[in-house]
Design a protein around this ligand. Sequence first.
Ligand SMILES: C[S@@+](CC[C@H](N)C(=O)[O-])C[C@H]1O[C@@H](n2cnc3c(N)ncnc32)[C@H](O)[C@@H]1O
Length: 317
Amino acid sequence: MTINQALIAATQKLQKNKISSPNMDAEILLLHILKKPREYLFTYPEKKLTKIQIINYKLQINRRIKGEPIAYITRHKEFYGLDFFVNKNVLVPRPETELMVEEVLEHVTHNTQHTTIIDIGTGSGCVIISLAKLLKFEIRNQPARGWSASGGKSKIRYLAADISSKALYVAKKNAKFHGVNKNIKFLCGNLLEPILNNLKHLNNPKNLTIITANLPYGWNSWKNNCSMDTIGLKFEPPIALFTENRGLKIIENFLKQIKQIINSQKINFNSNLLLLIEFDPRQTIMLKKLIKKILPNAKFQIKKDLRGYDRLARISI
Ligand SMILES: C[S@@+](CC[C@H](N)C(=O)[O-])C[C@H]1O[C@@H](n2cnc3c(N)ncnc32)[C@H](O)[C@@H]1O
């Protein structure tokens, strides 16, 4: 069987099984088997595949037909232009989460304060690693933009936490791959609890603290109503996706932790705390109510994603 024949057969099979992007998926999986760049498919369409390659390709096409996300089959996902390793212990990074990275970049590049960036529910580490890598590059190349290299020492601290030690294993692997493992401290535990044991990172009131939180916000009726487009969710770790109270329970707990920290005066944020929380557009009204109830003095804005849907709560305290 040649490359061209394999592609045609796989595309037809995926199409017949209602996979939404059959051409692209057939190409990505074949390239994954061949370990070649995309041009190879069109330069050598008559090249014969080996028996092993054909068997592996058929196995992978069958996994895709059952709805498994392509990222779990290839073990890679691109996020913010960077390549991330993923496995079944982490959520596949979503394009809409890139908005969170954009917001942080926007905020820190216009700010000269020492900064701590904390990523809660880090999963594959895509958010904090993208930030650490991009800001490292920014500091090295554009010291004039307010981020002096200060003798080669970055003015930004990076902390990342997750309740799943298996997810943290993946995040650390990705940090190493991107050369930022020495810049990020990874901690295991419930929401901010592991960070509170590392208060030395936070309690300088002159520092800016930014917390990114893409926590689980899926809910039961959504889970049970999986269409062909969302069927891949059943392959992802439930701990990364679902929670009670119409998907807002964990975000509510997180906001309550912030309130407790402020009330206990353990940390003096001194108007220097920025929270970025991702959510589902159908939760906007409920989330606004929660923020007003738990953090009545906070200023907040809702940001839309590229498709025009409410996606990010930006809370300043
Ligand atoms: C929606 S995933 C997001 C992963 C990653 N930030 C991303 O954007 O791809 C949520 C992550 O939160 C973690 N998580 C769930 N409950 C948590 C909790 N109570 N405390 C800390 N992390 C939690 C999950 O293990 C999962 O990795």
